[in-house]
Design a protein around this ligand. Structure first.
Ligand code: PLP
Length: 409
């Protein structure tokens, strides 16, 4: 019988990922079987079979949950069919009418919408603060605060939040700290080791990595909390599908390799972009100075600052249009974390639901472009972006036009 490698002390993430879901007994399949069955046979009345019905649990999903828990030194994760499904279950598990939430202002737009437009009418009040400014979260917590939600790095400006300081602020009033770790994943940042109580991940992004399976996970070392989230999932639905879990497990096997390469290419691309005159700003933690640099070094593993870089074109929307339409390799989509280099225009895509004033307050000018670096070589990516920047620089095709308005997901 081979050993379950997660029982070693400090197993390397590359080992945990490559061996995720692997069979351990004589004759077991090497790769986790895809069990599509919605239900499971019982021996008799009162059977205690591990799996009974696939809304509650499923063998393929359970393998993904074990792997995601192992990666954070925690019991099995609870997985969902989307990241927002995971967040919804978490909120229902820990909040009730009258409770207060403190949330980072530049978290994922769907998180803001869920708190503002779904939880607020149910009696849960949220205060949004710039969590990257030291002391802001601490000033916003109250006696009724039950949950603090932050994302680091933030989206799309990649500002870092001090996870340890937020944990202290939350715990002082008896609240829990949840960190959305979608951008770094447990391979590049371990929020629970930094003091957080809960990690939320949209596995749709880097964990799957191939843009084939939406999904989300909740991880915590608090067994009672995990039980409660599992109960909410059973009561409301939303479990990850067996095929989604199977695809996500396959993606997970190469996660450390992909993130190491993508993160390194991204830091080198950020340095290249930082020299370009067409850009007014380049946002990436590798370029940060002062307190933000200190946080990057403390929070990010292996000195890797992630595979997303955001640029701001000095020429606003007209320049953004020329830039995006001049790209030949980078694909324009609302997504991050895939093997292909992807670009997003937040003002007309992820943040299109906001008014221009709200976008300005959130730091989303119309010239902002988010780039999720893929597995292509740096030269090919830099050539493509360099050429598109030259098109902007010459002013070719630039003319003032009204904002296109596409609905955000
Ligand atoms: C995409 C995303 C989510 C939501 O995940 P879905 O799987 O799309 O529901 C949450 N947080 C962050 C940071 C994301 O990028």
């Amino acid at each position: 019988m081979k050993r379950d490698l997660s029982t070693r002390s400090n197993p390397d993430p590359s080992v945990l990922c490559a061996h995720a879901g692997i069979g351990l007994a004589d004759g077991d399949p090497l790769v986790t079987p895809l069990v599509q069955s919605t239900t499971f046979c019982r021996d008799g009345v009162g059977s205690q079979a591990v799996h009974q019905y696939s809304r509650v649990s499923n063998p393929t999903v359970a393998q993904l949950e074990k792997a995601l828990g192992d990666l954070e030194g925690a019991p099995p994760a609870v997985t969902f069919n989307t990241g927002l499904g995971a967040e919804t279950a978490l909120f229902l598990a820990v909040l009730k009418a009258g409770d207060h939430v403190v949330c980072g202002r530049s978290v994922y737009g769907g998180t803001t919408r869920l708190l503002q437009d779904v939880l607020s009418p149910l009696g849960v009040e949220t205060t949004f603060v710039d969590s990257s400014v030291p002391g802001e979260v601490e000033r916003a917590v109250r006696e009724t605060t039950r949950l603090v939600v932050v994302e680091s790095p933030s989206n799309p400006r990649l500002e870092l939040t001090d996870i340890g300081a937020c944990a202290e602020a939350a715990h002082r009033v008896g609240a829990l700290l949840a960190v959305d770790n979608t951008f770094q994943t447990p391979v590049l940042q371990r929020p629970l080791d930094l003091g957080a109580d809960i990690t939320v991940t949209s596995t749709t992004k880097f964990v799957d990595g191939h843009s084939v399976a939406t999904g989300g996970s909740i991880v915590s070392r608090d067994a009672a909390l995990i039980e409660r989230v599992r109960f909410i999932r059973k009561s409301t639905g939303g479990i990850q599908s067996p095929f989604g879990a199977w695809l996500t497990l396959l993606g997970l096997k190469t996660l450390p390799l992909r993130l190491a390469r993508q993160s390194e290419t991204c830091a080198r691309l950020a340095a290249f972009l930082d020299e370009r005159p067409e850009l007014s700003r380049v946002f990436h933690p590798s370029l940060a100075t002062g307190e933000q640099r200190v946080l990057a070094e403390r929070q990010h593993l292996d000195g890797r600052d992630g595979a997303v870089v955001t640029i701001e074109l000095a020429g606003g929307l007209p320049a953004a249009r020329v830039f995006l339409e001049s790209l030949e390799l980078c694909r324009l989509v609302e997504h991050i974390g895939s093997v292909e280099t992807l670009v997003t225009h937040p003002a007309t895509m992820t943040h299109a639901d906001l008014t221009p004033e709200q976008r300005a307050a959130a730091g989303i000018p119309e010239g902002l472009i988010r780039i999720s670096v893929g597995l292509e070589d740096l030269g090919s990516i830099a050539d493509d972006i360099g050429r598109a920047l030259e098109a902007v620089g010459t002013g070719e095709g630039i003319e003032a036009e009204g904002s296109p308005c596409l609905a955000g997901a």
